[in-house]
Design a protein around this ligand. Structure first.
Ligand SMILES: NC(=O)c1ccc[n+]([C@@H]2O[C@H](COP(=O)([O-])OP(=O)(O)OC[C@H]3O[C@@H](n4cnc5c(N)ncnc54)[C@H](O)[C@@H]3O)[C@@H](O)[C@H]2O)c1
Length: 322
């Protein structure tokens, strides 16, 4: 069996690729354009780890180029696609919407077309909790309204969901849409709060706390995310319209100010804070229901935020040789 993982040098893509490769049964074809949205060395260092495995083949390619994807598919017999390549980030989408159009819309359109052309058995793709917008009913369930995205990032992911739904309907393509909720952990993204806060504290710089630290997030540890995805690979949705949406979340949301307290605790150092108002496009609270994913996989998402942040800080100190 062979799986194409796009965005394999990214945070979640790297952890997922490693988790599958460790089982030694499946070939992974990894695609990533290694763009410079954040520190490319971090991407290259993640790649170095997965490139140690014989069953891993890497292509530095862009999913927005259909002919590049086609070449890969004519070389390898691919059964499943897991599409994680995307331009991520809510705030960056305010100033750089074109990047989202290229990777998230054109790139994703190519993923759908290649899946159709090569009769992929299961397409799994990353969406986001941001599609729930300013929904105030908690926990957020997959059936809730997602018609009012607050940012262009959320709009691009919502577009993926409706594009995929239509392909599933017309071409009977089995597709699973995963809505990730604030994923964190070792090798995490340098543009996200955990990395930014940790770096600021270590460098004696002020931590910028948007919404004065009152935002509430359903922080989800990366190991729980990838261990929830693996059992899904061989469980494509079936029936007349083989399309399914699943939240991947911890289910125990926490305030950003508490998140910061834990970072301070494990670094044994207090932060200097700048309290700022909420930023455009940010939602106030995320808190998902993980009932559906747990029922489907039998994997119990169980990493507490205390345990998860401790593991991240240990990784950070080791990686940056502190
Ligand atoms: N991390 C989170 O909290 C979170 C939350 C919700 C959704 N997501 C989604 O999960 C997916 C993975 O997120 P991540 O946190 O690992 O982000 P990431 O930025 O670390 O990983 C994405 C990877 O895709 C690559 N990429 C981007 N555009 C590409 C293109 N056009 N062609 C080929 N490669 C390309 C990047 O170089 C990067 O390595 C994304 O789709 C993201 O939107 C992440």
């Amino acid at each position: 069996m062979a799986i194409l993982i796009t965005g394999c040098a990214g945070f979640i893509g790297f952890h997922l690729t490693l988790e599958i490769l460790k089982k030694k049964k499946i070939t992974i074809i990894g695609v990533d354009n290694l763009n410079e949205y954040y520190d490319v060395n971090l991407k290259k260092n993640r790649l170095k780890i997965i490139q140690k495995y014989d069953k891993f083949i890497f292509y530095k390619k862009d999913i927005s180029n259909f002919s590049h994807l086609k070449k890969i598919f004519s070389k390898h017999k691919i059964d499943v696609i897991i599409n994680l390549a995307a331009q991520a980030g809510v705030r960056y989408s305010i100033t750089n919407p074109d990047d989202y159009l290229k990777s998230n819309i054109i790139g994703f359109n190519n993923i759908l077309n290649i899946s159709k052309e090569f009769k992929i058995k299961h397409l799994i793709f990353a969406s986001t909790s941001s599609v729930y917008g300013d929904n105030k009913n908690f926990p957020l369930r997959e059936s809730f309204c997602t018609e009012k995205p607050l940012s262009f990032y959320a709009a691009s992911k919502k577009s993926n969901e409706v594009m995929a739904y239509s392909y599933s309907n017309i071409f009977k393509l089995p597709i699973t849409c995963l809505r990730f909720f604030t994923v964190y952990g070792p090798f995490g993204r340098p543009d996200m709060a955990l990395h930014l806060f940790t770096e600021a504290i270590i460098k004696n710089k002020p931590v910028k706390l948007f919404s004065k630290g009152n935002h509430i997030r359903d922080f989800t540890y990366v190991e729980d995310v990838v261990k929830s995805i693996v059992p899904l690979i061989k469980k494509p949705p079936s029936g007349k319209l083989p399309y399914e949406t699943l939240n991947i979340c911890n289910g125990y949301p926490k305030k950003l100010s508490y998140f910061l307290k834990l970072i301070e605790k494990y670094l044994s150092k207090k932060s200097k804070k700048i309290l700022l108002p909420s930023q455009k496009g940010d939602v106030y609270k995320t808190h998902g229901s993980n009932k559906l994913i747990i029922n489907k996989t039998n994997y119990k998402i169980n990493t507490s935020i205390e345990e998860g942040i401790k593991k991240f800080i240990n990784w950070y100190k080791e990686y940056y040789k502190l």
